[in-house]
Design a protein around this ligand. Sequence first.
Ligand SMILES: Cc1ncc(COP(=O)(O)O)c(C=O)c1O
Length: 343
Amino acid sequence: MSRFRRLTLGADFGYVPGEQPPDDGEWLKLNTNESPLPPSPHVARAVAEAAAGLRRYPDPFGEPLRSALARYHGVDAAQVLVVNGADQAIDCCFRAFCEPGDVVVYPTPSYSLFPVLARVFGVDPVELPLDDDFAMPAALGTAPGGLRFLVNPNAPTGVWLPPDAVEELVGGAPGVVVVDEAYCDFAPASCIPLLQRHDSWLVLRTFSKAHALAGLRVGYAVGSPELIADLAAVKDSYPIDRCAVAGALAALEDEEHHRAIVDTVCSERERVAVRLRAAGWDVPPSHANFVFARPHDGDAESRLQQLRQSKILVRHFASPRDRLRITIGSPVENDRLLDALHA
Ligand SMILES: Cc1ncc(COP(=O)(O)O)c(C=O)c1O
């Protein structure tokens, strides 16, 4: 750390992403919730064609992707903001809605980016522990604060709340309510239709998971035109590049491929959960592309090391109650995982 760094950040500060091992084909990466299948074959061609126009800046609002997303979700284009990954949409929420010293409310454990951005923006975090069964705490809907986040399905637990239960929980909450739906494609329903009734809500989505485009960096926010205008006021000048616009558009148009990714993940998620449970693991029902599992002897840490020796990466959470978050891979990858765990 240099002597110039803001004192409130400190030397050990920063978001710690999941480990990225060398791309040598030996490692099995089940630690960052990426897709087990590649993106739609149409993406590479669209990206290559877009690369021919890189001399020019991209559209500042990511058109024509923005309008295509609006049609896809049945909303107006003014209700969509396309950015460089859902992470950037979260960042824009802090920029747009929080003064230093304001309060941001979110459950814990949840997405580990929230506390990092709270510190960057000098905002006070109110972290509400999940209930014993990983249910959302009732205080998420009542705690005072100008900005609150609900990840649905939640990460790292995978637990999903149906939209009517989300409405019951945070429908009367003060301030802006952000429903982060990064994993929603793997769940039965989205909260986007509820935006008609809640002009203080934003829903965030990403192409990183169910469209297999984590490397392209495309995410978006959907909400009332007023809230979207607030986010647009603080966005980067050109948050999404020409290749990303073209690639995401090609992925959006290939619904069959998108469905194949979602179906593979959902059926494999069930198979992995059943096998782990049969081996004595505690695996709560997940509606995401990962499971949050605890071995029968409670020693998740040693399973982490055991998997690492087999060149398999998963994510360890010491709290709550020592668990592994395991991304659902392809059938072959999941067999390798289950063999390594003797499950
Ligand atoms: C809950 C949640 N929100 C947002 C993101 C980031 O999405 P993106 O890759 O679009 O920035 C992630 C990434 O893993 C996530 O887990």
